[in-house]
Each structure stands twice: as structure tokens, then as C-alpha cells.
Design a protein around this ligand. Structure first.
Ligand code: AMP
Length: 194
């Protein structure tokens, strides 16, 4: 199954995508993770996008569409994938529909994780604390200022996708404010009940 996990930064997309990978076997396809890996490895792409990620801006559609197109042709995506953080613009959504159609596939479900902005800011702060406590390095875009900016970018560029998918009757909404376990259960019920 191809599932798009949709929601603002900090909604829990990454957490739920990883759980879906474990329980269902569909790989998590996180454009954010792929871009961060490129930055970490200082590849030409990584060097090109590093400042954009740190500022919380969007990388160009062409770049992310390119990395997704390459990734979905990997053998592990044969039975589907969980798209996490992609698409983020209408152009990306149209490109995703097209690239899946060309492969005789489609998005089977758009799962919206609905959460309050105030909760998102608190979660981001907690994520930084947890990462530091584990001896890790916090993401360069997890500061409160950048998170606020990422939320603005989300409302301007990404939230319109709700209407795009909504008009086509493709959205299933889940309460993302519930506990991780409850959200996982709601997602499982939505998938199994289709
Ligand atoms: P994420 O981990 O999904 O929050 O993504 C982290 C950052 O990577 C974003 O703030 C953007 O700079 C970039 N990014 C990730 N996915 C996309 C996308 N689909 N389109 C544009 N930029 C993206």
C-alpha cells in the first residue's frame, strides 16, 4: 500500500511511519531524512540544500521529486511505501500521482494527523531535550524560531494540499493529539477498515 502521512512538522509523521514500517513492512520514505543524510555526507546535493534545511525553507520541487522518483524504484518499495514529509506542495502531489501512475500504482490512502500548533512547539522542545539526553545532536532546524517558520511554510505551501486531496475524497483524518499508541491504533483501524 502507498500511504501519504500528512501533517505539520512535529505531528508525529516520522514516529508513525517507523511503526508502519515495522508492522506492515512498507518502507518509510522520508524526504527530510534523505536530505539530512545528504547533508551529513556532504554530497553535492547535501551542500546545495544545507542552508535551506537549517532555515526551515522548502527545497525545490524538482530536487525532492527527483529523489523520490529514484527511491520508489528500489525493490523494497515494490509493495508500497509510507511517504513522510512528501508531498509538501501541490506540484509535488501532482508529480507523485504521475510517477505512481506511470508505474501502475497509486496513493491508496492520505492519512492526516491533526494537531494543535501549541502542542507542536512543545513536542519540538521535547524532541530536542530527548535527543540531547541520549547524547545525540539536535536537528539544526528544531529551534523554536525555526519551528515557527516551518509552521508558516507549512500553512502557506503544504496545508493547501488538504483541499487538493480533500476534493478528491482521499483524506482520512486521525487525531494526532492522542498518545502515540492511540494514534497507531487509529491508523491501523483506518488501514484495515478500507
Ligand atoms: P522534515 O524532516 O520532513 O521535517 O523535513 C526537514 C526539512 O527538509 C524541511 O524543513 C525542508 O527544508 C526539507 N524538506 C523535506 N521534505 C521536503 C519536501 N517534500 N519538499 C521540500 N523540502 C523538503
Amino acid at each position: 500500500m502507498n500511504i501519504v502521512l500528512f501533517g505539520p512538522p512535529g505531528a508525529g509523521k516520522g514516529t508513525q511511519a517507523r511503526i508502519l514500517t515495522e508492522t506492515r513492512g512498507w518502507p518509510q520514505l522520508s524526504t527530510g531524512d534523505m536530505l539530512r543524510a545528504a547533508v551529513q555526507a556532504q554530497t553535492p546535493l547535501g551542500k546545495q540544500v544545507e542552508a535551506i534545511l537549517t532555515k526551515g525553507e522548502l527545497v525545490t520541487d524538482a530536487v525532492v521529486i527527483g529523489i523520490v522518483a529514484e527511491r520508489i524504484d528500489q525493490p523494497d518499495c515494490r509493495n508500497g511505501a509510507v511517504f513522510d514529509g512528501f508531498p509538501r506542495t501541490i506540484a509535488q502531489a501532482q508529480a507523485l500521482d504521475k510517477m505512481l501512475a506511470e508505474r501502475r500504482k497509486k496513493i491508496d490512502m492520505v492519512l492526516e494527523l491533526k494537531v494543535d500548533d501549541a502542542v507542536l512547539v512543545r513536542r519540538a522542545e521535547q524532541r530536542v531535550k530527548d535527543t540531547l539526553a541520549k547524547g545525540g545532536t539536535a536537528r539544526s532546524d528544531d529551534t523554536p524560531e525555526t519551528l515557527r517558520h516551518r509552521l508558516e511554510v507549512y500553512y502557506k505551501n503544504t496545508a493547501p494540499l488538504l483541499e487538493f486531496y480533500g476534493k478528491q475524497g482521499r483524506i482520512t483524518t486521525v487525531d494526532g493529539m492522542a498518545s502515540i499508541e492511540a494514534v497507531t491504533k487509529a491508523i491501523a483501524a483506518a488501514i484495515d477498515g478500507r
